[in-house]
Write a protein that binds this ligand. Structure first.
Ligand code: ATP
Length: 253
């Protein structure tokens, strides 16, 4: 069976400095994939390769069996909540409608259907009623929801999100992950996250990237209170692996 994302023996360097080495990964849209790892570990670089923004130096990335650039209409990308996004002086509805651009004819106005879909997506992310508000007047969490609605409006099969909770408080982060979890019933979710606890609670697959990559399915029956202080562990995901192999250190059990 063909995987929706298939990465085989992928290598990538910037100016001769190797950032990703022999990466192998399979992903299917029913999964909620969290990419975790240290700063500079190569998470964003890997995400960019998955969506075709960067080309492999060696190896291959296949999206639905093809070069990612050939199936870009099947995916949506939600970038970090950057200053550039915040400064967009346009209305929420216009942002979401941008997701319909590829579906509308060039230079045509948006159709009634486009508007209905955009409104539906705003409702789905809990932002109904904000259509006419300027995007730069929203909170970080609200703005991310609007950008997710725009991605949903593309009717993409997989949504890629780069640290969707970076500028959101703890309660807002949990709400955001709950939203992504519910969206995952119909859309593939691939996120970069620094929050290991949240990733473990909501993701169905976690990969740890630090030049090389470790894949771990998230066990359903373990209690991961041990990760409350994630700074104690160089690579917490390795500890998950250890729990499954009964090699979990007694003092942490
Ligand atoms: N355009 C670039 N040119 C040169 N080096 C780069 C470029 N982009 C990233 N790098 C380097 O590649 C390495 C991996 O960067 P990347 O942004 O993929 O890591 P990351 O895991 O996403 O980090 P963070 O968690 O800090 O966002 C880092 O050492 C970074 O300095």
């Amino acid at each position: 069976m063909q995987n929706d994302i298939q990465i085989n023996h992928l290598y990538f360097s910037y100016d001769g400095a190797c950032v990703l080495e022999d990466i192998n990964l399979q992903y299917n849209t029913s999964e909620f994939l969290a990419i975790i790892g240290p700063n500079g570990g190569g998470k964003s670089t890997l995400l960019k390769m998955m969506i075709g923004l960067l080309e492999p130096e060696r190896g291959e990335v296949l999206l639905f069996g093809e070069n990612p650039l050939h199936v870009s209409h099947e995916i949506a990308y939600v970038p970090q909540d950057t200053i550039a996004n915040k400064d967009f002086p346009i209305k929420v509805m216009d942002v979401v409608l941008m997701g319909r651009l590829s579906k509308s004819k060039a230079f045509a106005t948006y159709s009634k259907e486009d508007r209905a879909i955009a409104l539906g997506m705003l409702e789905r992310v809990g932002m109904k009623g904000f259509e006419n508000q300027k995007i730069n007047t929203l909170s970080g969490g609200q703005r991310q929801r609007v950008f997710i609605a725009r991605a949903l409006a593309c009717e993409a099969k997989i949504m890629f999100l780069d640290e969707p909770t970076a500028s959101i408080d703890t309660a807002g982060q949990i709400d955001m992950f709950k939203l992504l979890k519910s969206l995952n019933e119909t859309v593939g979710i691939v996120i970069i996250s620094h929050d290991i606890n949240v990733a473990l609670n909501y993701a169905t697959k976690v990969v740890h990237v630090n030049k090389t990559l470790f894949v771990h399915d998230v066990p359903k029956t373990q209690n991961f209170k041990v990760f409350e202080n994630q700074n104690e562990h160089v690579c917490p995901v390795e500890l998950i692996s250890a729990t499954r192999c009964n090699h979990f250190p007694k003092e942490l059990a």
